[in-house]
Ligand binder design. Structure first.
Ligand SMILES: *Cc1c(COP(=O)(O)O)cnc(C)c1O
Length: 445
């Protein structure tokens, strides 16, 4: 019997087919050749397993489908119907739009016509809004912690409570970050209880600082004790060591306005005398990915001169977005920032929208039920709290959810007890018509 693999066409034969000649114009010759090779390799594998040898037109169609799939948006915009407002896999907080596609006076002083200070506009806004003496910005909060420790604690001891040795999303584990930055971790207290005296006993000649880490993504309950920050600041300063706070979530306003529990804000932590406060730009600040570092000059100034600083420099789009986001807060208009606009949506409006959506779907023959839901802030903030919300429930579990993810735009919901729940809290009202269209496209027929 003839070798069935011999029936497969050669690469150059396929490339000569009319459809693939056209594809070369669009995708480039090297990309099309690579796709053809991939398709042929896959065909050889199938043939070797005993499947029939595919004909050239089928292989051409496969190559074109592969090319079309690859060309689709690298990071497609989606409708977030998960009810999680700061969704790490969906880009954390939605942010204000900023156009940085052209040239901009990024580090250019228009008055002097000379080189300017790249971070100055953002630093000025940060110090004014937070009431900090000094500020700087790096790529994210993990980088902020590395820079702080590399600058102030190389080879020296940093005291942390055992109740705060956290992991955030897999790749951020506090002990590992500290080791990478060259600091020596000194653990004090217990998982559930740490007292000021525990810190007091640990401070010694080699102590570079005390680090307090916000338990942003979990909640300790029961037989627990955590010292007041005020007492720790007092202890640290009495013993001549700095106190740093990895606040993480960047809480900067009274969350009780939105029906959540009030939490200590970054401004309050600074006012208590913390030497540095670090947090993410894309959690409760609802801006770009960034690591914001605030504090006194003694702590912040050396950071700006540290060699690592250059490696951790934020992108211009992050700086521009951070500046306009801070402008909204400085003008006391938080609800112009997308996250706070969503948080401020009244429950009654969410219910009305859910009803309208369900009615539209039912009228088109797609069964949908209005449901009261609980949304969460997410992103490792306010871990034990929920927000009232409304949404719709659709029949079907994982298979329906998968169909919704393939819609245009993709709709991301959550599967609960064999139904797909779509929560409207994180869907901007003007996207309801896109949501409706995407659902009909995915579910009708
Ligand atoms: C989120 C968080 C981090 C990590 O911040 P990134 O900006 O994602 O690097 C670190 N510490 C705390 C306490 C956090 O909440």
């Amino acid at each position: 019997m003839a070798n069935p693999l011999a029936g497969l066409p050669a690469v150059h034969r396929l490339l000569a087919e009319e459809h693939l000649r056209q594809a070369r114009e669009r995708y480039g010759a090297a990309t099309v050749r690579a796709a053809v090779r991939e398709v042929l390799a896959e065909a050889r594998r199938r043939v070797a397993q005993g499947e029939p040898t595919p004909a050239s037109p089928a292989l051409v169609a496969e190559a074109r489908a592969l090319l079309a799939r690859r060309e689709s948006a690298a990071y497609p915009g989606v409708l977030n119907a998960t009810g999680v407002l700061i969704h790490t896999n969906l880009g954390r907080a939605p942010r204000l739009p900023a156009d940085v596609s052209g040239y901009l006076a990024l580090e250019y002083d228009l008055d002097a016509g000379a080189r300017g200070e790249r971070l100055a506009p953002v630093v000025g806004r940060l110090t004014r809004y937070f009431g900090a003496e000094a500020a700087t910005v790096v790529t994210n909060n993990a980088a902020a912690l590395v820079l702080l420790l590399a600058a102030h604690a190389p080879g020296r001891e940093v005291i942390v409570s055992r109740g705060e040795l956290i992991e955030i999303g897999g790749s951020f584990r506090l002990p590992e970050i500290m080791a990478a930055a060259g600091a020596r971790l000194v653990e004090v207290g217990c998982t559930n209880r740490t007292r000021t005296e525990d810190y007091a006993r640990a401070v010694g000649g080699d102590t570079a600082g005390i680090l307090v880490v916000h338990r942003s993504n979990f909640h300790l309950q029961g037989f627990v004790a955590t010292p007041e920050l005020r007492d720790l600041v007092e202890l640290a300063h009495a013993r001549g060591v700095p106190l740093w706070v990895d606040e993480g979530s960047g809480c900067h306003l009274d969350l009780s306005r939105y029906g959540l529990r009030r939490e200590p804000t970054v401004q309050e932590i600074l006012a208590l005398g913390a030497d540095a406060v670090l947090f993410s730009g894309d959690k409760l600040l609802a801006g770009p990915q960034a690591g914001v570092m605030l504090g006194n000059r003694t702590t912040i100034a050396p950071l700006r001169r540290h060699p690592l600083r250059r490696a951790l420099r934020p992108d211009k789009s992050a700086l521009v977005t951070l500046a306009i986001t801070l402008d909204a807060y400085l003008a006391d208009r938080p609800e112009t920032v997308p996250l706070y606009r969503l948080l401020a949506l009244p429950e009654s409006e969410l219910r009305t929208r859910a009803r309208r959506l369900a009615r539209g779907l039912n009228a088109a023959g797609v069964p949908a039920e209005v449901v009261a839901t609980r949304a969460v802030l997410g992103g490792g903030t306010t871990p034990d709290q929920t927000l009232p919300s409304w949404g719709i429930a659709l029949a079907g579990g994982d298979a329906t959810a998968a169909r919704l993810r393939r819609a245009t735009p993709p709709v991301i919901g959550r599967v609960e007890e064999g139904r797909v729940m779509l929560d409207l809290r994180a869907v901007p009202p003007e996207h309801d018509r896109h949501l409706r269209r995407a659902l009909l496209e995915a579910l009708r027929s």
